[in-house]
Design a protein around this ligand. Structure first.
Ligand SMILES: C[S@@+](CC[C@H](N)C(=O)[O-])C[C@H]1O[C@@H](n2cnc3c(N)ncnc32)[C@H](O)[C@@H]1O
Length: 241
């Protein structure tokens, strides 16, 4: 059951189900064609750069690839990094030299993108896809001693944003799921959001920032959101509409 897997309350799930089921009647797999879809970190950095400039230690690197700088800094502190690239084929993993998992509607990866990286063909409107992401993380336990979570989560779907419900409950559901997958040892979550969801995201940022150990920001002009999760951050954050 989805509520057990991602920790959303039963009554929220009750409201969410019809929303997901309505949009699910459309199968987007046949529409998995995009003008650009194999972006590297330069392009991601352009999207998230203005918010990354606010991160301590990165502010003086304005104009350079701030995502790469962030990843290099994380790598110096932790060694090998685990990175989730959601709604994407994961071309960015190779460029960032990280071990990664990507999730997209269909598998359009080139051979080089397979090396060292995982891939899930799935729709993020399906609970099954979130279970598969968790299982992938669990399987990482075999190569490391302790439970692993992602050090960095990227979600930059551009046109793909029209393939998910523009709905507050759905956005809260996705946030809860991604927050739970992120490490609290300086974990970063960088996502885009649809312009229609500006108010929802701005309200969420205010609520998130009432918690110790987490810091969220959004740039509504560019439709981007960032969050950093540090030790002492709550295990779950419940957002109310
Ligand atoms: C424009 S591409 C962007 C890819 C990449 N982030 C980049 O910047 O190059 C949109 C991506 O969103 C994925 N996508 C769209 N709707 C989705 C959904 N409902 N669930 C999972 N992935 C989805 C597509 O498969 C595609 O990989």
């Amino acid at each position: 059951m989805v509520e057990r897997n991602i920790g959303i309350p039963r009554e929220v799930f009750y409201h969410l189900r019809p929303i997901i089921e309505t949009t699910r009647s459309e199968d987007y797999r046949s529409q998995d064609e995009w003008k650009f879809s194999q972006s590297t970190s330069d392009s991601y950095s352009e999207s998230f750069g203005p918010l990354l400039e606010g991160i301590e230690g990165l502010e003086r690197r304005r104009g350079s690839n701030l995502l790469k700088s962030l990843v290099e800094r994380q790598r110096e502190q932790k060694g090998e990094l685990l990175v989730l690239d959601l709604m994407s084929y994961g071309a960015v993993h190779r460029d960032l030299k990280v071990r990664g998992l990507s999730v997209a509607l269909t598998n359009k990866r080139s051979f080089l993108m397979w090396v060292n990286n995982g891939f899930i063909a799935g729709d993020i409107r399906n609970a099954r896809t979130w279970r598969a992401i968790r299982q992938w993380l669990d399987s990482e336990k075999h190569t490391h001693d302790s439970a692993r979570k992602f050090d960095l989560i990227l979600a930059r779907p551009f046109g793909g944003l029209t393939h998910v419900p523009k709905n507050e409950i759905f956005y809260h559901y996705i946030f809860t799921a991604l927050y739970g997958l992120l490490t609290n040892e300086d974990g970063y979550l960088l996502t885009q959001f649809h312009p229609d969801m500006q108010r929802t995201v701005e309200q969420a940022v205010s609520q998130i920032n009432t918690n110790a150990g987490v810091e969220a920001r959004c740039d509504s002009n560019n439709g981007v959101f960032t969050l950093v999760k540090r030790s002492g951050a709550p295990e779950k954050i419940s957002l109310v509409g």
